[in-house]
Design a binder for this molecule. Sequence first.
Ligand SMILES: *Cc1c(COP(=O)(O)O)cnc(C)c1O
Length: 431
Amino acid sequence: MNLSSRDKASIWHPFTQVATAPDNLAIVKAEGVWLYAEDGRKYLDGTASWWVNAHGHAHPHIASRIAEQAKELEHIIFAGFTHKPAIELAEQLLKLAGAPFGKVFYSDNGSTAVEVALKMALQYFHNLGRPRNRIVAFQNSYHGDTFGAMSVGHRNAFSAPFGQLLFEVDFLPPPDQTPPGKLLDQLREVIQTGTLAAFIFEPLVQGANGMRMYPAETLDALMDLCQQAGVLCIADEVFTGFWRSGKPFASDHLSRRPNLLCLSKTLTGGFLPLGATLAPDFVFDAFRSTEMHKTFFHGHSYTANPLSCTAALASLELFDEQKRRRIEEIGQWQSQFCKALKSHPALLDARCLGTILALELKTEAETGYLNPVASEITAFFLNKGIYLRPLGNVIYCTPPYCIEKTELEFIHNSIAEFLDQRMSTSVAPNP
Ligand SMILES: *Cc1c(COP(=O)(O)O)cnc(C)c1O
């Protein structure tokens, strides 16, 4: 039996409807931008493996640093103990993120990085003796799949079975489709209740709900309003962190600074799971007390795993000048292609930020993640030797930062072919 058939007998996959999904592709090796499948075919990874990969697969520098660390110290409980990889990584992250951050809290993944930020914000006000219990978030946001992260995310088919159990959140309308004045008015109303602890957002790009992009000025104005009222601004940069937006963090495009910063995904270069929540000293200090109940009682077994921290340090070392120039070039190649497609009749919209390109297809079905065109798109590109995983009717490309111009052109040309073919078979309305 091949791996795909053995897989079917024993594994339950994420985000997969087994009744209709094709068999899971077994990958036996990966190198750079290429994935090598069991059947001998190879695929260009156009999604950086769900947005986690930074420098290409199986990068030898990160691989050997992890191997060395594994022989030295593989893991240690992180309460009462510490170690060099965690300390060095915290120092590096604080340096990269800059003011106002003073402390790093480690966890395992993006959802937990968000849970930690939410709990920090709520307990911060609790510890001050001025409890605030409301959170404000955007519609169309995605912050993860655990209960707290689901609660602050857009309510949709995925969260529907748990609807009654999610905590109440104030949702602002989609920031890419709403005039800033209206967003500000709604936020002002929520702030006036005096119960708002935090505003959580994906800065500049709402990733999972369709790579929806909105202007920095809108977010700056909303953050300004929050910070004047002492409301903590939580930037969820689990997707946008580590140069995905062209800058180290999407928050670096803003003139205001967030109060809490959530990181994961590309943090380890795509090698190992790790989450980090950055906090300013004024938040940390509200938990420092001889009263035990003011402690932040949160932690995970693998918090600050030394192998994960080492992978993250090794990944950061690879963001040298040459890599940053490549990231800039990727941004230019993506944006040129985006401009060329702007008025393509198969598209509703084409947008781009940093290394992220997103193309919204016209379809007869309703737009959104469950749009049936998604499986058609995946099949078309796999057939070409490219792995893209659309978000419903949104085709996006977030390549590893080692991609060559010819490789990205291969993706672009295939996308253009797909769009042209859609017009010629006239599946799209209003050609
Ligand atoms: C992916 C993602 C998460 C969740 O991260 P996981 O590691 O999958 O739990 C949270 N927020 C944003 C913005 C994300 O893109």
